[in-house]
Design a protein around this ligand. Structure first.
Ligand code: F3S
Length: 391
């Protein structure tokens, strides 16, 4: 790989151990994936923030980076952690877990990262522009910014994104390059247009193809629908970029007339639904994967207004960012009559196993991860059907 003199100096440790480690990682990844050079990035979004997922090994790695003087050099935000920083006791979190988690957040903060602890930074805290090269981890968020905004990022892991954030550079390969952004299949979607139907569409694509760059026809997603579609395809498969005819900014660049066209409609959506629905009753309802937007908070509050919760044996969590929670006080007041509006965290990265064993969600992404990462039997339905279980 061609490195500039300044980049070589970082690799030789002339700017401290933290930057040297970061350069070692970014160049190693670049060599594996055949990058010829590094490229400047404008932002980073980091995952690997929950004590549940990174454990003491991850905590030690962060301690080492901080003591090596590592600081980010581009605006950087952080994914959800294992608990709400203020309301962790209400989440059945132990003192031990909370202590470790707060230390992890503090370490990220010391490196100059905005500890927003949300997987939807693109709705406010960290919004790339079209054509920006960025280094984002969090599979749902990076797929959203690649696809809906037209920024460029690979599917970074937590350490890779942190290293890129420290350097302000990443290796130039994969989805940073034009040739890898071309569609690989056309999907003719026949869905009802709801957010939940986009979640099932993404699940169905993941089950049918798993990877590639799908080009959708027949849908017109807004932010909430694209958020659900991005998350579902990133979890049921490994999709990091898609195009939607007439909606996403790069779709018009491609001639798709020669590509295989695959229909996804009623039958495929039913298969997706069956795969995600195993539990017939639940102990926890967890909504907000990816984190709820302001619009979704308004919609849920409107749905709940005037209703009564009749099943007190089922806990309800609404997961969003601290920013959105602060902006919607009236919605929060209504939602709190039914459950907890939690910030900084989610049902997957919080240690819910051991407290709950059957969880309902409206998200295909959570529906995939609740069984594998949280030992849950999952139920996956749209929000009104899910909340209908307790009313
Ligand atoms: Fe976000 Fe957690 Fe889902 S990080 S995308 S709410 S699994």
């Amino acid at each position: 790989m061609d490195l500039t003199k300044a980049e070589e100096a970082i690799l030789n440790g002339e700017q401290g151990e933290g930057r040297q480690k970061a350069m070692e990682l970014v160049t190693a990844l670049g060599k594996i994936y055949g990058a010829e050079s590094l490229i400047d990035i404008t932002s980073a979004h980091l995952s690997g923030a929950s004590y549940k997922t990174i454990g003491d090994g991850g905590l030690k790695y962060l301690e080492d980076m901080v003591s090596g003087g590592a600081k980010v050099s581009v605006p950087s935000t952080l994914n959800p952690v294992g608990m709400d920083r203020e309301r962790w006791k209400e989440m059945h979190i132990s003192e031990h877990f909370a202590g470790k988690q707060l230390r992890i957040i503090d370490l990220y903060g010391r490196m100059g990262i905005r500890t927003t602890c949300s997987c939807t930074p693109y709705t406010g805290a960290n919004v790339p522009r079209f054509g920006d090269h960025v280094a984002w981890a969090e599979s749902s968020a990076l797929s959203f910014v690649n696809s809906y905004i037209g920024a460029r990022t690979n599917r970074e892991g937590g350490p890779g994104a942190l290293a890129a954030a420290i350097l302000g550079k990443t290796a130039n390969y994969g989805l940073h390059l034009d040739e890898n952004r071309k569609p690989t299949a056309v999907i003719d979607a026949d869905i009802d247009g709801s957010v939940f139907s986009h979640s099932l569409l993404g699940q169905a694509y993941g089950m049918l193809k798993g990877k590639g760059v799908p080009y959708f026809r027949g849908i017109k997603p807004g932010i909430e629908e694209a958020k659900a579609l991005s998350a579902a395809m990133a979890a049921s498969g490994s999709v990091a970029l898609y195009h939607v005819e007439g909606t996403t900014p790069e779709a018009g660049r491609f001639d798709v007339s020669e590509l295989e066209a695959i229909p996804i409609g009623k039958k495929e959506l039913e298969d997706a639904y069956s795969k995600l629905n195993v539990a017939d009753d639940i102990e926890l309802i967890a909504i907000g994967c990816p984190h709820l937007t302001e619009k979704e908070m308004h919609d849920i509050a409107s749905f709940l207004r005037g209703k009564k919760k009749v099943r007190d044996d089922i806990e309800i969590w609404f997961c969003t960012s601290a920013e959105v929670r602060a902006r919607c006080p009236e919605d929060v007041r209504i939602m709190e009559q039914f459950g907890k509006v939690l910030a900084d965290t989610c049902m997957v990265v919080a240690p819910i196993e051991g407290v709950f064993s059957r969880t309902g969600t409206n998200s295909a992404k959570a529906g995939n991860y609740l069984p594998t990462l949280c030992s849950q039997k999952a139920m996956c339905r749209d929000i009104s059907a899910l909340l209908g279980v307790v009313m």
